[in-house]
Design a protein around this ligand. Structure first.
Ligand code: ADP
Ligand code: ZN
Length: 677
């Protein structure tokens, strides 16, 4: 009798959002037997707390003391929130990146969906219900290159077998049009498309283009309210959306008939999440498409070296759009050697003479200008020339940036701010000197040079105000602004025909960073910015100011030569065994006590070093991170260069105990890291 009851016992495997990468077992009470299914959420006791978990599987037996197994308290969902495909895929993500499955599942759902039980009414986000630009060119005739690309993609779509394409097209070559035509086909055969863009608030034009071409579209927007985000999610969940467009986390969209995933600007680093789970949306997309027999299109004018290499070795199929649409030429790029300018004028100039002259000419013709500098604020440092004092953040190991309007010194990492001192806080003498420059100072200089022109700055100090970014871009689009000055916010996606001059103020500002991707990031950012010029019939030009004009990442921008850049860069990567010729694991340890944190990483490093598998790769020494202190925590890191990802997986999964956080010290495990700071 007793045995019979035991045999008919049903246990559910439950994943709970804890840092432990573990599945817990609970007894399913008889009354719940016909209601419980995989993918539904349940409420369970976890210690003394009641927590929510996902049901991921069942068994009739478990191999520990059944008297200690607790029953499920409640089943939350009427229908499963996640399909078995989604569960398998999120489990893969957790193993690949060495993070808890529960954390991945938690990221997969918008917070409002997690809290609410009932579906919400449909309400379009404001930017879509607002008047949509119906692009005069709804039915463009594709050019030869676009046509070839679309045909290849459509043929793969119809075969319904996994395949990844790398669409390498210069800026303004009509990549977006290729995506749209391919998606039209996908929708025709009753399937869905996910479109990932780097940061949706920065690419309103792209979103509007999609919105004007497809009927059933859902937008996952970082600027949406939590309720709006939940609405959009529900639209997808209830099978009402054919096209889902959004940033990184949109890869978790609960589609049931996925046909294609488009990743626009696939090289963008924002596709990698820099907190746990540290997933890369591109790589997760490829895995998801593989599982669901879907197609992936990675698009970029400057593909990541990883993707370029994968295309070279045949993992991806390369599609090329080597020309701009309507045979428009790429803009002519002039590089200005700022060392020469310094010699000539005996002082540091922000706007070089050739740039100033070019600006005059363009403004006389009533055309528009974009100036780019990837540093906000007024001056990048405040020092005392008397005693050598430098203003630094108390919580972070970084210099404070001077913001003139507020007359404050601000930490760009933690937000700490103080009023700018008149006298040196160390030696009390007057004469604090502000050096280096950011967008505020460029704005000031430009207004001085062109007092009767409308000059507007756009950076994250300005766009803290909701919708301000869109307002400025709309103003610029309607010609109310002559000169737009901005950070990387203006580097992507903007398509304004009247912009005939782009000036890059300090192109090589990031080249010295201790990051093996510094050249790649410089090349792609400067190329993208340059690509904003001359997109209309009037053509255009670019002026790039640099102190290292001979560096190949700058020179190749001038010749629009991605291939030479990539070949050059690949040689360097090979020489030093960096990706794509190796896979990296980065371990960062942080804690409030410097000595303790150092001792802790030393211990971890020793233990990792003693593992047999580590001998198959190269374990680099541990050092303080380039940003050695952040928000009062001291930071140390080490990197393991592995010939393949399976060794990394073995380390982080089999020996995860070594990499566990301890008391107030936190261990971050980063597979395929993007940030090295
Ligand atoms: P990319 O995404 O490669 O930068 P876009 O898709 O934004 O390029 O295209 C650049 C511009 O050219 C857009 O204004 C677009 O509407 C237009 N365009 C795209 N394809 C064609 C075409 N075949 N004929 C004419 N104009 C086109
Ligand atoms: Zn700080």
């Amino acid at each position: 009798m007793q045995k019979d009851i035991l045999d008919s016992s049903l246990y559910a495997a439950i994943v709970i959002n804890t840092p432990l990468n573990k599945v817990f077992h609970y007894l399913v009470p008889l009354a719940m037997h016909d209601k419980i299914t995989i993918g539904k959420r349940v409420r369970v006791y976890f210690g003394k707390r009641k927590l929510i978990g996902f049901c991921v599987g069942f068994s009739n037996q478990i191999d520990y003391d059944i008297t200690k197994v607790k029953p499920i308290v409640e089943i939350i969902d009427e229908n499963p929130l996640l399909s078995s495909d989604m569960l398998a895929w999120t489990n893969w993500i957790s193993n690949y990146y060495g993070c808890a499955w529960g954390q991945v599942l938690d990221s997969a759902l918008p917070s409002a969906v997690k809290k609410r039980k009932r579906p919400l009414k449909k309400k379009l986000p404001p930017e879509l219900s607002a008047e949509i630009v119906k692009e005069k060119n709804q039915n463009l005739i594709l050019n030869l290159h676009q046509n070839t690309a679309v045909k290849s993609i459509i043929s793969a779509v119809n075969q319904q077998k996994y395949k990844t394409f790398l669409l390498h097209g210069v800026t303004g070559s009509g990549k977006t049009e290729v995506y749209i035509k391919a998606i039209e086909e996908v929708v025709k055969i009753g399937k869905q498309a996910i479109v990932l863009v780097p940061e949706i608030a920065l690419t309103p034009q792209t979103v509007k283009r999609f919105a004007s071409r497809f009927e059933n579209i859902a937008v996952m927007h970082s600027d949406l309210t939590t309720a709006q985000r939940a609405n959009e999610w529900q639209q997808v969940y209830q099978n009402n959306a054919d096209v889902i467009i959004g940033a990184r986390s949109c890869i978790f969209a609960p589609t049931s008939r996925l046909g294609i995933i488009i990743i626009d600007e696939e090289h963008e680093t924002s596709f990698k999440q820099d907190e746990a789970p540290r997933y890369h949306a591109r790589d997760c997309a490829i895995k998801r498409a593989y599982q669901e027999n879907a197609i992936v299109v990675l698009g970029s004018a400057t593909p990541s070296l990883e993707s370029f290499y994968n295309a070279q070795i045949g993992k991806y199929t390369l599609l090329e759009l080597p020309e701009r649409v309507s045979h428009r030429p790429l803009p002519k790029v002039n590089i200005i050697d700022m060392r020469e300018q310094f010699k000539q004028f005996k002082r540091m100039t922000i706007i070089s003479k050739p740039l100033e002259d070019a600006m005059h000419k363009v403004l006389m013709r009533n055309e528009q200008i974009i100036l780019f500098l990837n540093r906000r604020g007024y001056a990048t440092s405040a020092n005392c020339p008397q005693c050598g004092y430098t203003a630094k953040c108390k919580a972070c190991e970084v210099s404070l940036t001077y913001h003139k309007r507020e007359d404050k010194l601000i930490c760009h990492y933690c937000g700490f701010s103080i009023m700018a001192p008149n006298n040196c806080p160390d030696c009390f003498l007057p004469g604090i000197k502000f050096s280096g420059y950011g967008t505020q100072r460029v704005e000031e200089a430009v207004k001085m040079l062109f007092p009767d022109k409308t000059v507007t700055r756009i950076d994250s100090d300005i766009t803290i105000k909701r919708n301000r970014c869109e307002e400025i871009l709309n103003d610029f689009g309607s010609g109310n602004i002559d000169i737009l000055i901005g950070t990387q916010m203006i580097a992507k996606g903007l398509d304004f025909a009247n912009v005939t001059l782009v000036g890059v103020i300090a192109a090589d500002g990031a080249l010295h960073l201790p990051d093996f991707r510094a050249s790649e990031k410089t090349f792609s950012l400067v190329s993208q910015v340059a690509g904003r010029a001359g997109r209309g019939e009037k053509g255009g030009s670019v002026i790039v100011q640099a102190t290292l004009p001979d560096h190949y990442s700058i020179k190749c921008v001038a010749t629009h030569d991605y291939i030479s850049f990539a070949k050059n860069e690949l040689e360097t990567r090979k020489l030093f065994s960096y990706p794509p010729f190796s896979r990296l694991l980065r371990v960062v340890v942080r804690g409030p006590n410097e000595d303790k944190t150092r001792a802790f990483i030393k211990d971890i490093h020793n233990k990792i070093n003693a593992l047999d598998v580590v001998k198959r790769g190269v374990l680099l020494d541990f050092t303080p991170c380039p940003i050695a202190k952040l928000r009062t925590d001291f930071r140390f890191h080490f990197v393991f260069k592995s010939p393949g990802v399976s060794i990394i997986q073995q380390i982080i999964n089999e020996y995860s105990d070594i990499l566990k956080s301890k008391s107030d010290m936190y261990v971050a495990v980063d597979v395929d890291p993007i940030s090295m700071l």
